[in-house]
Design a protein around this ligand. Structure first.
Ligand code: AMP
Length: 224
């Protein structure tokens, strides 16, 4: 089972990707994770990629494309893979498609989590972390997981802790805009890549605006 998953930052793509990965038992290949591992291990690839990642830019295609195409040839990918974070632009989409055609491999599913840009941004900026437990979801802009209120103070909706904080990079509007500029670009960016696949295979569109459970329910129904 060969699967691609697309979705802007803030759409819940990571969570849905993990659910899809579990359903099919294929390796979840996340470009960003591979880069971060290489940076922490101090590899040559990591050193090449670091500056671009720190600036919020895409790592050049001549580094990223062979890295991913080689990864797909590893033994654990022989029964399939779930690619997440690649392709990120039109050129990468074309390179992946060409490689698949050459290897006589097909794409079983291409998933697109659809979310309006303003909502995606609000979701990132509205995230609140509970000091007691990272897995207590709170977001001031998502009704289903809005923090509770106690004595006029915002508290964790799960445990009632009044220690709700934000993650610094969630509040960096410029960084969020930069990433979204790449994603929502229909000329050469990620959505241009999605449109490229739409001309070739069926792309499963899932509305990313409801809560996590509703989104995964719709997604799993469409994958069945
Ligand atoms: P992510 O964890 O997916 O947000 O990726 C973190 C960073 O890794 C991105 O901001 C880019 O700098 C880089 N990156 C991830 N995927 C790609 C890709 N397909 N092409 C180029 N750079 C990428």
């Amino acid at each position: 089972m060969n699967i691609l998953i697309f979705g802007p930052n803030g759409s819940g793509k990571g969570t849905q990707g993990a659910i899809v990965q579990k359903k099919y038992g294929v390796p979840h290949i996340e470009t960003g994770v591979i880069f971060r591992e290489n940076i922490s291990k101090g590899t040559e690839l990591g050193a090449k990629a670091k500056g671009y990642i720190d600036r919020g830019e895409l790592v050049p295609d001549d580094i990223t494309v062979p890295m991913i195409l080689n990864r797909l040839k590893e033994a654990d990918c022989k029964d399939g893979w779930l690619l997440d974070g690649f392709p990120r632009n039109l050129a990468q989409a074309e390179a992946l498609w060409d490689a698949l055609v050459k290897e006589n491999m097909k794409l079983d599913y291409v998933i697109e989590i659809i979310l309006d840009r303003d909502i995606a941004k609000k979701r990132i900026m509205g995230r609140r972390l509970c000091a007691n437990d990272n897995n207590h979801p709170n977001n001031i802009y998502i009704d289903a997981i809005k923090p509770a209120e106690k004595d006029g103070k915002m508290v964790c909706r799960v445990c009632g802790s009044d220690k709700l904080t934000t993650r610094a990079d969630d509040q960096d509007e410029d960084a969020i805009d930069k990433r979204h500029n790449i994603y929502y670009d229909t000329n050469t960016g990620t959505l241009a890549g999605v449109n490229y696949f739409k001309e070739r295979v069926k792309v499963i569109g899932v509305d990313g605006s409801p809560g996590v459970n509703e989104v995964s329910e719709e997604l799993l129904k469409k994958l069945a």
